[in-house]
Design a protein around this ligand. Sequence first.
Ligand code: A3P
Length: 318
Amino acid sequence: LKDENEDISEETKSLISSLPSDIDCSGTKLFKYQGCWYDKDILQAILNFNKNFQPQETDIIVASFPKSGTTWLKALTFALAQRSKHPSDHHPLLSHNPHELVPYLELDLYLKSSKPDLTKLPSSSPRLFSTHMSFDALKVPLKTSPCKIVYVCRNVKDVLVSLWCFENSMSGESNVSLEALFESFCSGVSLCGPLWENVLSYWRASLEDPKHVLFLRYEELKAEPCVQIKKLAQFLDCPFTKEEEDSGGVDKILELCSLRNLSGLEINKTGKLSEGVSFKSFFRKGEVGDWKSYMTPEMEKKIDMIVEEKLQGSGLKL
Ligand code: A3P
């Protein structure tokens, strides 16, 4: 029989035994660390990252709560930050899923190794990483050399419905009901959640250090993509030149990264992550307010009240 903690270091085992634990709606045991819930493997990866990651000033980290627009922001950030290196007709985004180009610190790199080889990343100067960890779990190594962090948040009800659809698209028979996921969300016991803690950690960081942390909203990216992408480019120290703007450079990147374009590419129709998740499950409707087709007025009221209470005094609305 395999020891379920076989791959976990003594240090993590001892940390785990001191943390609050709970079970989420899919039956996974989660542990609360620095304000958010993680399973033991991700916790080990976060500790690996905290111990061994050596930031470079030019590094860029795309951060989010799952299903908040991560795939889109990864594509936009990659396209912007690497645009001088890639001609548009052979662009890596045409043959790779954004998740392959911008790996997760805790779900890819430090999950598989305590000291991953960061010389073989898909992008260099700047190196691009991503994370679903809260800012509190991420910030220790960045104290010595702060890098740029871009966070995207999204309406909690759209995140919930998007997560439910995503999980159903993968799990076949063992579907979690929307009601069970909803209760788990409301109680806050969900991977990398509670959502509001995850969001608030970056919101506060963006207020404290706006030069290093940019806080974006999915809804604003949808409503005014040109304005938002220019803001992102400026923040990443790669603003559009007048020539780029005049020759349609902004629209070209928006079109390359659009849901319609990405979801229609062969790689995203047929490809899979190494863990077997199909790339196509990262692209669905991309609508604002889709939750209205799924949630009852009672659910709406309950979650709105919880979120309002949790965000009280923060200046943030979700
Ligand atoms: P829906 O399920 O509401 O359609 P994440 O990337 O964080 O996993 O979030 C997935 C959500 O972002 C899904 O939302 C998905 O359709 C949407 N999405 C993915 N790529 C997008 C893009 N290029 N533009 C806009 N939305 C996108």
